[in-house]
Write a protein that binds this ligand. Structure first.
Ligand SMILES: [Zn+2]
Length: 324
């Protein structure tokens, strides 16, 4: 059944999302660093160049991206809205927090049993408010929840954020994407903790599964119902494009096309390199068009059909917004 999905330019129907890249960013930064050291971010061309890249993506046949920039990754919705106004691409924005260890500083003393006691967990109200009321007075509502669990595993901070995200999912019906570390198999912790909170695991994207070629692990996660994010195309230093493609082809051969989604996890502007030109020069395949230009032809070559591609780009993302 079609549902409403919120985007940076207002609601769209889930059956009108079209082709979706499930895990991307537009502006990705350490906001404190950028505000102190990267005056170039505040130049007009940061917005217009981002819009140009988004328009190229739309022209290449993608209709929607999920922007997974949350607390800890430099989310600034007023800036994003300026870029969104210059493109017809749908941009679904996210709420949640990205941490590998501690909670964001504003919550270290504020919460259940802490110096400033608050019950329930105050992060839940932030996340739910972003989904139901809009973010920071912009009126733009989040359409996706996000948290992370990396190599350090389920630290206290990571677990606290994850359980808050789970509660917000239960309250609002908004799907969840989790950054995971597949080499440490942290997707298992995600499914256990979210399962304990009563989250439908079909409402969950286990992000960064594409960094693994360990089929048994990926099948184990998929068999519990979650969507796998094969979502870092262009990050070639982690694992080659050929390996990423071969893993997807094998999963499709085994009947899992209905649980795979593809993306780059790239951005238009980042402070992760000294200048934005350095980012694009250092990681030349890490751009919005890599899947269109290189990955889809390679998948076809590996035996993935157009029907399978439609499931991965259209049906699976759509279903994520229609669960429950
Ligand atoms: Zn990401």
């Amino acid at each position: 059944m079609s549902r409403t999905v919120e985007t940076a330019r207002g609601p769209v129907r889930s059956d009108a999302l079209g082709k979706v890249l499930i895990h991307e960013h537009v502006f990705l930064m350490d906001m404190e660093y950028t505000f102190n050291y990267r005056a170039d971010f505040f130049e007009e061309k940061t917005i217009t160049e981002a819009a140009d890249r988004l328009n190229e993506l739309k022209a290449a046949g993608i209709d929607t991206i999920i922007d997974l920039t949350v607390l800890g990754l430099g989310r600034h919705i007023p800036t994003l809205a300026k870029a969104a106004a210059l493109t017809d691409l749908n941009i679904v924005v996210s709420t949640g927090a990205y941490t590998f260890s501690d909670v964001p500083a504003p919550f270290q003393f504020y919460g259940p049993g802490l110096l400033k006691h608050a019950e329930p967990e105050p992060m839940i109200a932030h996340f739910v408010g972003d989904i139901t009321q809009g973010i920071a007075g912009t009126g733009i509502k989040a359409g996706m929840l996000k948290c992370a669990i990396d190599a350090p595993g389920l630290t206290r901070g990571v677990e606290r954020v994850m359980r808050a995200v789970a509660r917000a999912n239960r309250e609002t019906g908004t799907p969840i994407t989790v950054h995971t570390a597949p080499l440490q198999h942290t997707g298992r912790d995600v499914q256990r903790v979210l399962g304990e909170e009563g989250v439908d695991l079909e409402h969950v994207v286990i992000g960064h599964c594409g960094d693994s070629a360990e089929i048994d692990y990926l099948v184990e996660l998929a068999d519990k119902g979650s969507i796998l994010g094969m979502d870092r195309f262009g990050i070639d230093f982690a694992i080659s494009m050929e390996q990423r493609v071969a893993t997807i082809a094998e999963l499709v051969r085994r009947g899992y096309a209905g649980q795979l989604t593809l993306s780059h996890d790239c951005c238009a502007w980042s402070d992760f390199f000294p200048a934005v030109a350095d980012y694009h020069a250092t990681m030349p395949n890490h751009n919005y068009l890599h899947i269109h230009n290189d990955v889809i032809p390679a998948l076809r070559e590996a035996g993935v059909s157009d029907g399978d591609l439609d499931r991965m780009f259209i049906d699976n993302p759509r279903r994520l917004f229609e669960v429950g």
